[in-house]
Design a protein around this ligand. Structure first.
Ligand code: PLP
Length: 393
């Protein structure tokens, strides 16, 4: 490698030396409650496939049907090659599901944040951002070039103090937060945030990536959960978690969505979702509209796992959702916990600094509606066995 590229190897070595290098497991089967890794069947407690839709036959059938009718590729960006009717069909279904006037679909949840934020605020404006917001919100904020004011995590007193401090600034203001915070499973205090936004004249945007398909009636998300209706100006969503496919969207008023179609750079300069993605997403929304069985099963499973782990003496943090952290503290011990569990047939990742604060390393169990009681009992037994051996309980 030429000397000007030497930093690449040096940085890789540093990551490995400091235990920050991520070894990526290769999955040789469809995503599901059990997956095949290195030829072995292991219980999957890693994925965001909350409702088990990633390999649902109804999604696969719809994808095949639409491939036969519409092919696979979208041709180019929607503003140039024309938008396919199926993308509009998905947007209408998503808006109806979310109880919003309209929605625009983009390539991912990450892109949805890059789509939503820069058109709303610019160089002379202000963003009030929860300190634990997702990386894609942070990048969307940076791209906007607005001044970013971070407030303490879910702390409405601190948010109000910051809003007060900048009350004299005559500019656009945007409060932005994750709906569900994925590392702890806690929920943003959205009703209080909306009240503050009204009081100080700020727009409110929530990224509901871990709330869709999970919170609210039939998985309609955090705005429905709190009954806030149109008091939240901008709702960002992902189609890659509970919906089981890939894609992102922004939902809100008709004029907001019309504005984003003209202004959002991922819509203007990057091609739309492929046909099978759109088709499978349509099938996913239809399933959620038809019944809340999967959402109920997800919560049942989450509550059951939490209850069992608590009874066995584990510290499971402050989650208010099916996301179940299993606190360990020390990063290398968390890693060892994860590796030993893999030997026992459980795929679960350890999460450490900088993703979570120093000294707060943990495992994070992601249950899904597709797990059975027997699967969860198996997990609890293995957690207990390895947890005891490592002195975690
Ligand atoms: C996962 C996640 C995203 C990214 O979604 P993708 O569709 O995977 O790009 C964005 N925001 C939050 C809060 C997330 O948890």
């Amino acid at each position: 490698m030429s000397s000007k590229m030497k930093f690449v190897d040096e940085e890789l070595k540093r990551l490995k030396d400091e235990g920050l290098y991520v070894n990526i497991r290769v999955i040789e089967s469809p995503q599901g409650p059990w997956v095949q890794i290195e030829g072995r069947r292991v219980l999957n407690l890693c994925s965001n496939n909350y409702l088990g839709l990633c390999s649902d036959p109804r999604l696969c059938a719809k994808a095949k049907e639409y491939i036969d009718k519409y092919g696979v590729g979208p041709g180019a960006v929607r503003t140039i090659a024309g938008t396919m009717s199926i993308h509009i069909e998905l947007e209408k279904k998503l808006a109806a599901f979310k109880g919003a006037e309209a929605a625009i679909v983009v390539q991912s949840g990450f892109c949805a944040n890059l789509s939503a934020i820069p058109p709303l605020v610019g160089k002379d404006d202000l963003i009030f951002s929860d300190e634990l917001n997702h990386a894609s919100i942070i990048d969307g904020c940076r791209l906007s070039r607005a001044e970013i004011v971070r407030y303490a995590h879910c702390d409405v007193k601190d948010l109000e103090a910051k809003l007060k401090e900048y009350a004299g600034r005559n500019c656009r203001k945007l409060i932005v937060t994750d709906g569900v915070f994925s590392m702890d499973g806690d929920i943003a205090p959205l009703p209080e945030i909306v009240d503050l936004a009204d009081k100080y004249g700020a727009m409110v945007m929530v990224d509901d990536a871990h709330g869709e398909g999970v919170l609210g009636r039939g998985g309609r998300g955090i705005v429905d959960h709190f009954g806030l209706g149109d008091r939240v100006d901008v709702e960002v969503g992902t189609l890659s978690k509970a919906f089981g496919v890939v894609g992102g969207f922004v939902a809100g008023s008709t004029s907001l969505v019309e504005y984003l179609r003209q202004k959002a750079r991922p819509n203007l300069f990057s091609s739309a979702l492929t046909v099978p993605d759109v088709a499978a997403n349509i099938a996913a929304v239809d399933i959620l509209e038809e019944s809340d069985d999967l959402v109920k099963k997800l919560w049942e499973n989450g509550n059951y796992l939490k209850q069992c782990l608590k009874e066995r003496g584990f510290d499971i943090g402050r989650s208010q959702t099916p996301i179940t952290p299993i606190m360990v503290g020390d990063a290398s011990k968390a890693k060892e916990f994860s590796l030993k569990l893999f030997d026992e047939g459980i795929f679960i990742q350890s999460i450490a600094y900088p993703t979570v604060p120093l000294g707060k390393a943990r495992l994070r169990a992601m249950v899904s509606a597709a797990h059975s009681r027997k699967d969860l009992d198996f997990a609890v037994d293995k957690f207990t066995k390895v947890g005891k051996a490592l002195g975690i309980i």
